[in-house]
Ligand binder design. Structure first.
Ligand SMILES: *Cc1c(COP(=O)(O)O)cnc(C)c1O
Length: 344
């Protein structure tokens, strides 16, 4: 048996054999000069899947989100974000660092912001106030335990944006997980956003990279911003090639991850000290609290590690993520390790 079952994130997924083969055989050019055919193929495939005019390969989801907000804003603008969203909390203040705009965090019901509250926070510019230029939505919502934000909510926020001529940037790092969990086609989710970012490097198992998609003029300017941020990469077809495999071969299996996460959540929810409602587990992320008479959260995570289970510790919780390289045996092992530690 392997030494560690790595539940820290779906970013730890290793490339498949087909991905390694695609990397070895990739036809490359200089993508900064615009002639890497493998990158071009990936970019048009991503755009087609999202129903957008154009796509841009970026080194990370963080850079994709940063570029989108940079393109959609000017200084003295404001961006509405959900208060637990990845972009605002886990991307090293890139909103202010790169775009020099003000984030306006709003509360939500498991990632779904109240459209009325969003509307009341949309500002017209004045001598006092910034102009609201973008609303960011995230689906699935990482820090809400991988929740699927309901389509009616997203549509209501889209209506607010249309009424006030504000853009929507859709952080769809796990948009395929949302689609598989809800049965709603990816294109329908993508239609909510003027721009959509999604990750190839998470459950889809490519080693590196994310895609930014949107209208052609948006992507043209985004390409210039990417270069300015140092994200122009030369013969990057070697990394785009496994991205193509990710999009053509790896989306359907995400539902297996959801089934395993649900089973894991049901298996641990009733154990002493675990604060988790398994009903809330829609996809592949389980975030739970722990209040145990004998063991602190950090001690618990250290003890999990000693027993071969790796978990991560986002603010306020412990996180387990299922993915391609977690199988049923890993889930069984995690449940029995939890039981041993908590009921001893
Ligand atoms: C992981 C993630 C990102 C950023 O992706 P990186 O490639 O790690 O920079 C953005 N948004 C969400 C919701 C994520 O989970």
């Amino acid at each position: 048996m392997k030494k560690y079952s790595d539940f820290r994130s779906d970013t730890v997924t290793r490339p498949t054999e087909n991905m390694k083969k695609a990397m070895a055989e990739a036809v490359v050019g200089d993508d900064v000069m615009g002639d890497d055919p493998t990158v071009q193929k990936l970019e048009s495939l991503a755009a087609e899947i999202m129903g957008k005019e154009a796509g841009l390969y970026v080194p990370s989801g963080t850079m994709g989100n940063s570029i989108a907000v940079k393109v959609w804003t000017r200084e003295l603008d404001e961006v509405i974000v959900e208060e637990r969203c990845h972009f605002y909390n886990m991307e090293s203040t890139s909103i202010t660092f790169i775009s020099r705009v003000n984030p306006r965090p709003l509360p939500s019901d498991r990632g779904a912001m109240d459209p009325g509250l969003v509307e009341r926070n949309v500002k017209k510019p004045s001598v006092h106030f910034p102009r609201t230029s973008v609303i960011c939505v995230e689906n699935t919502h990482n820090n809400w335990s991988g929740s699927v934000v309901p389509m009616e909510n997203l549509k209501a926020i889209r209506e607010v944006a249309d009424r006030h001529e504000v853009k929507i940037h859709f952080d769809g790092a796990r948009i395929f997980n949302a689609s598989h969990a809800s049965g709603i086609p990816v294109k329908e989710y993508a239609a909510i956003g003027d721009s959509v970012m999604f990750c190839l490097s998470k459950g889809l198992s490519a080693p590196v990279g994310s895609m930014l998609t949107g209208p052609q003029d948006f992507i043209d300017y985004a390409r210039r911003v990417r270069k300015a941020l140092g994200g122009g990469m030369r013969q990057v077809g070697v990394l785009a090639a496994p991205g193509i495999v990710a999009l053509t071969e790896m989306t359907d299996r995400l539902k297996e991850d959801h089934v395993r996460a649900k089973r894991l959540a049901l298996g641990i929810a009733e154990m002493p000290g675990i604060e988790l409602d398994p009903e809330h587990i829609d996809t592949n992320i389980i975030i739970f609290g722990i209040s145990h008479p004998r063991i602190s959260p950090l001690e618990f995570v250290a003890e999990l590690k000693e027993n071969g289970i790796l978990a991560s510790t986002p603010p306020g919780g412990i996180r387990l993520v299922t993915h391609k390289d977690i199988d049923d045996e890993d889930v069984d092992k995690a449940i029995s390790v939890f039981r041993r530690i908590l009921t001893n």
